[in-house]
Design a protein around this ligand. Sequence first.
Ligand SMILES: O=C(O)CC1=CCC(=O)O1
Length: 260
Amino acid sequence: MTAVDVSYTEDGPADAPAVVLSNSLGATRAMWDAQVPALAERFRVITYDTRGHGESPVPDGPYALDDLVDDVVALLDRLGIERAHVAGLSLGGMTGMRLAAREPARVDRLVLLCTSALLGPRQNWLDRARTARTEGMAALAPVVVGRWFTPEFAAAEPATVARMQAMIASQPGEGYAGCCEAIADMDVRADLPAITAPTLVISGWQDPATPPEHQQAIVDAVPGAELLTVSPGAHLANVEQPLQVTGALLGHFDAAGGTA
Ligand SMILES: O=C(O)CC1=CCC(=O)O1
């Protein structure tokens, strides 16, 4: 499949080092709203909607992980960016791992949040894709959002949870299904030793979707990778723990030098 022109937003100084943020399945670039203002003080921040999500094109699925990587490379080319720091959560992290292994010259430093190098069972993803196509996203949204936050956060922040559930429900069924199929066939374990970008891996201690042992496996395989575990935190740890995660992103990317 050829790359699509994904929809994106730029924040921060155009001449600062670039940071690209890649969203999770069922989310849009708005999932990074808590991180962008602080990052944009020092970096040229590009958030985008993964194909099949938000305002990006929705080609017919299935998609492959390499399609999602091709879209990021095309975005970097479109923006004239040779090399960027990259952070991705869950599906975004899968894209980040494959991008960093396949196109090492394009990735400076890497942050992988609440993600996995192999996320089975395959049939579950194919079943979820079928539900998205036949019943629509409103059928999936309540279950999916239940994995995004700890019960304590959900009780304390019902408006945030409602907003996120609405975000999931508004995704195109075909686009969501195509990305489920990309996850079904995704296995980047062999890519991990080839990642040369300095890598920080972030776990949500209470994440039921990609539990911490998935991130530990990534840390064990990526040369020099470091692990940060946030708690309490479930799958969308950047939303539940915005200060800690934003600080970690800044610290990791700043180590390469940003705009003072
Ligand atoms: O939706 C889920 O179950 C969690 C998830 C897996 C990949 C992703 O991006 O989110």
